[in-house]
Design a protein around this ligand. Sequence first.
Ligand code: NCD
Length: 316
Amino acid sequence: MRFDQRHLLGIEPLRPDEITTLLDLSDRYVTLNKRRDKHASVLSGLTQINMFFENSTRTQASFEIAGKRLGADVMNMAMQASSIKKGETLIDTALTLNAMHPDLLVVRHPQSGAVDLLAQKVNCAVINAGDGRHEHPTQALLDALTIRRAKGRLHRLKIAICGDIAHSRVARSNILLLGKMENRVRLIGPPTLMPSQIADFGVEVFHDMEQGLRDADVVMMLRLQRERMDGGFIPSEREYFHRYGLNAKKLALAHPDAIVMHPGPMNRGVEIDGTLADDINRSVIQEQVEMGVAVRMAAMDILARNLRASPKEVMV
Ligand code: NCD
C-alpha cells in the first residue's frame, strides 16, 4: 500500500494507485462504521483542528465524527466571516495554530488556492475540505467510493455531471478523479454555467440534458451555487428546472440501472425533483453521506501514518 502525499490538497497530484489505496482503506472503515463499537485508535494522541471559513453541514460533521471515531483530539474553530478578509489573516491564523502543534488541519476556505498556501506555512498534515471553485478532494473520493460500491467498478463508466459546473469544486475534483480512473465524463449544463476551455479536461460537453443523459451509468446533479454568482446566470429557477432539473422522465433516458447522486445541500425542485432524490431504488444520496465519514477516516489515517514515518522537521 503506497500513498506518497504529505497533505491531501486535491485530486490533481494523486496517482490512480493512491486513489485505489484510499478507497480500499475506506471500504474497511465502512465496515467499522456499521459496528456498534465504532472506535479505532489510529489517531490516538494526535490533535485534529477543523477550520471552516465557509458554511458546511455534512463535511464538517463528518470530519469531526471521523476524527473522534479514530481517537483524535478534535477541535472545531469557529471561523466567523469577519476573519476572512486578507491573505495575512489566514497566514497569521495558520501560524498561531501551528504553534499549538496540531497534527491534522482540515480547512475549508472560499478562496481557491488558500488551503495550498496555508499548507506551506504549517508543519502538520493539511486536508482541503473545499477551497473556492478549485478542489474538494474528499467529496470526489466519497463519490468514487459510492460509485465503486454501487457499480462494482470505477472504470469504463459513463458518468454525467449536470448543473452549475462553473462554480463547482465538486465537479472539478470529480472530473479529475474519474478521468484518472478512465471513465467517460459528460458535463451537462447551460453555456453560462460551463467553464470555457473545459473540453481540455477530456470531457464531453452537452447543453441539451436529454442528449447528455443517454445511457449514462451515473447521473451526478450539482447545486446551483448562488453565493458564487454575481449576475444572471439562469433565466429563472422554474425555467432552469425545466431544462436542467432531473426528474423521473429525464432519468428514463439514462441506463436502466443508473444511479442518482448529489453532494448536498440540495435545492429540491431547482436541480432535482424531491421525490426522485428520496427514491431509494435510484438515489444514493444518503450512501454518499455514509461514505463521507469512511473516506475521511481513511484520509486522516493514511496521512497520520505518513506523519509518523517522517517526523516533523523543526521550522525556524
Ligand atoms: C459541496 C461544497 O461545499 O462544495 N457540498 C459538500 O461539500 N457536501 C457542494 C455545494 O456546496 O453545493
